[in-house]
Design a protein around this ligand. Structure first.
Ligand code: ADP
Length: 642
């Protein structure tokens, strides 16, 4: 991994601007009806919930206390009943009605808000996955799969929570604050001013809290990231941990990471402990001031101190009830802030992932590669993985006629796999060109190129699913007969029929475990079914018994018959029968010819062959020395794992 690539994710994440705004513009706009319905229902529901205290105040003054006229805001006096009983029932009706309206609209807003949040996130998740999948192999070389998983899981969940809860809670907070303020001032502005005297205190306190808590949330998020990485690492390497007997060492490391997370969580929560009670205390002050001043006002019949005018007992009750309603939405500010912060960080990661540019893309005028004959040319190909890294392939030139088999041999790290990955256009060449039937691979669509070129890799990957599904992978329309034929040709039919459910046996993580040789043959069957025009084989070096090797060899022979075939050859038989052998060393073709010619030339090939065939015991010192140097360079450039 190079330093530049390691941080591809971080680089683009840091460049994301106004991520939440972007989330709304790019994804939220498609779902705006849900948002509008949700918000509207929320606003009306909260507004309706303010009615009962208000109507109760009016009823106390005019129905129970008797003398004040029965008035309701926004309702013409002529429409209201004049007798006490009528006024009483109207009040009861309004109070009951507002409860029903609040309940129904709360349901509506719940449904709408949920739909908005989950629909948006469904789109974000699907889109991010599709974009991630199109990223170049450069990205996946860095093994950032853990991070990608966490974006698609954790970050999506954070955003869901924000879009669902935080958004609606802030609306609720706003409506309650403004609504209560308006009602109180309309009732009695002097007492309202006193009641709300604690509000600036609450705002300052909340501001202080947010300033303090933000860095602690950030620290907590870092810690959870570290903890996840630690766990992922330890689980991924569980075999090493067990065989090296380092369980307690790993437990300690996980404990450390978990402890850091624990401490940072507590540090964050400690602020929350202070915040909520603090807010309640301030609200208590409000309540006490209202109660004392309003109470004295009522007892004395006139405003205490400089306060003037009248206060009715009904208004007093309305004041007390509404003052209490303050606290809950205000103390939710801390949750809203944390969800907002999390969502900001999460959407940065989501867009960071989406923004990583693709290097290998189809040209606008790319054509499909069709009716492939299988002529392949490498024309002075140069390649490096990193722009500033070492040249991995140097001036590689050769061409292959349709139907020929080319074997690539050479020491580990010589560039054999790289050479073939370029043919599949997993990467683009830095110099020269690769042509199939005369078409530069950069001028044809990647999808048509890749369906023309079949690839059988060393480690045959199988998906969770049945044997048949795995063989059919990539040619989903193939019928059972074709699948069976392919399996037959791949020498796999025999063992498949012995599996518990034959072709319908589940394999993969949750199913039957297959041996390396069996997996290999399934992968050959899959490629067989694909009927590629050009074949790329990375022969497995892993130990399989002679019988399995023979079966694999036979199936590969069938697969490569009449097809242009490139093979990274480890088996003597493959090498010997190849039409041409290219010997690679340090990214350059150092020898070429068929088996006989190369033996005669008595160069690197002859030496490698000699060791494999057991004719000489070991390589001459100069080769060993060169190999050591290569390994040393590899370590310096950080490519230790290939
Ligand atoms: P071979 O197949 O002959 O063993 P490779 O083509 O795998 O050789 O590797 C050639 C060189 O390229 C090695 O030095 C290897 O470390 C380096 N290399 C391989 N893959 C990558 C990668 N994804 N990123 C950076 N360097 C790589």
């Amino acid at each position: 991994m190079s330093a530049a690539e390691e941080s591809a994710f971080d680089v683009y994440r840091d460049r994301v601007e106004r991520p939440l705004y972007r989330l709304f513009v790019e994804y939220g706009t498609d779902e705006w009806p849900w948002l509008v319905v949700g918000m509207t229902a929320n606003v009306i529901a909260r507004g309706a919930s303010l009615l009962p205290p208000l109507v109760l105040g009016v009823a106390i003054d005019s129905v129970f206390d008797g003398n004040a006229p029965y008035t309701l805001p926004l309702v013409p006096a002529g429409m209201l009943p004049t007798d006490d009983v009528g006024q009483f029932w109207l009040s009861a009706g309004i109070i009951a009605g507002s409860f029903v309206v609040t309940a129904v609209l709360t349901w509506v807003y719940g449904v709408a808000a949920n739909n908005f949040a989950h629909r948006v996130m469904h789109a974000v998740r699907t889109d991010s996955y599709a974009k991630m999948q199109e990223l170049d192999m450069w990205f996946f070389d860095d093994k950032q799969t853990g991070e990608v998983m966490s974006v698609l899981n954790n970050d999506a969940t954070n955003l869901e929570r924000f879009l669902d809860d935080a958004l609606q809670n802030s609306v609720r907070l706003g409506v309650m604050l403004v609504g209560i303020g308006v009602v109180l001032f309309a009732e009695n502005w002097q007492l309202a001013a006193l009641t709300l005297v604690a509000v600036p205190g609450m705002v300052l306190f909340t501001y202080w809290f947010m300033k303090k808590v933000e860095p602690r949330y950030a620290a907590q998020r870092d810690a959870v990231g570290d903890l996840n990485t630690r766990l992922e690492n330890a689980l991924g390497g569980v075999q090493l941990v067990k065989t090296a007997g380092t369980e307690s060492y790993e437990t300690d490391r996980v404990r450390d990471a978990s402890h850091t997370y624990f401490e940072r969580t507590l540090a964050m929560l400690r602020l929350n402990y202070v915040y909520r009670p603090g807010m309640e205390l301030l609200a208590g002050v409000s309540f006490a001031v209202t109660f004392v001043v309003g109470g004295l006002w009522l007892i004395q019949g006139s405003g205490p101190g400089p306060l003037t005018g009248e206060l009715s007992s009904g208004a007093f009750v309305t004041f007390l009830l509404l003052t209490q309603r303050f606290v809950t939405p205000l103390s939710e500010v801390s949750t809203i802030v944390s969800q907002y912060e999390n969502a900001k960080a999460s959407s940065e990661r989501v867009f960071g992932l989406q923004d990583i540019p693709r290097r290998v893309t189809d040209e606008p005028d790319a054509v499909d590669l069709t009716d492939v004959e299988g002529r392949v040319e490498y024309d002075h190909v140069d390649f490096r993985y990193d722009d500033d890294g070492e040249r991995i392939l140097r001036d590689v030139t050769f061409d292959v006629d349709p139907g020929e088999t080319v074997a690539l041999v050479g020491p580990t790290g010589a560039g054999k796999s790289t050479l073939l990955k370029l043919l599949l256009r997993l990467y683009d060449v830095d110099g020269g060109a690769i042509r199939v039937d005369g078409h530069d691979v950069r001028d044809v669509t990647a999808s048509s190129l890749r369906s023309a070129v079949g690839y059988v890799s060393q480690d045959a990957y199988l998906f969770d699913g049945t044997v048949a599904e795995n063989i059919r992978y990539g040619r989903f329309d193939a019928d059972d007969e074709a699948v069976r034929e392919a399996a037959n040709a791949a020498e796999a039919h025999e063992f498949i029929t012995k599996l518990p459910k034959g072709y319908d046996t589940e394999i993969g993580e949750r199913g039957v475990k297959l041996s390396g040789g069996q997996r290999q043959r399934l992968s050959i069957a899959r490629t067989m079914l694909q009927e590629p025009d050009v074949l790329v084989l990375d022969e497995a070096t892993s130990d399989v018994d002679t019988e399995t090797e023979m079966l694999i060899q036979r199936s590969l022979d069938r697969l490569s018959a009449d097809r242009t075939t490139f093979v990274i050859a480890h088996r003597l038989s493959t090498v010997k029968d190849a039409d041409e052998i290219l010997v690679l060393e340090d990214g350059a073709v150092v020898e070429r010819g068929d088996h006989g010619e190369l033996l005669e030339a008595d160069g690197l090939y002859a030496k490698l062959w000699g060791v494999q065939a057991g004719e000489i015991d070991e390589l001459p010192d100069e080769f060993v020395e060169r190999a050591r140097e290569r390994q040393a360079e590899t370590v310096v450039s950080g490519d230790g794992d290939d």
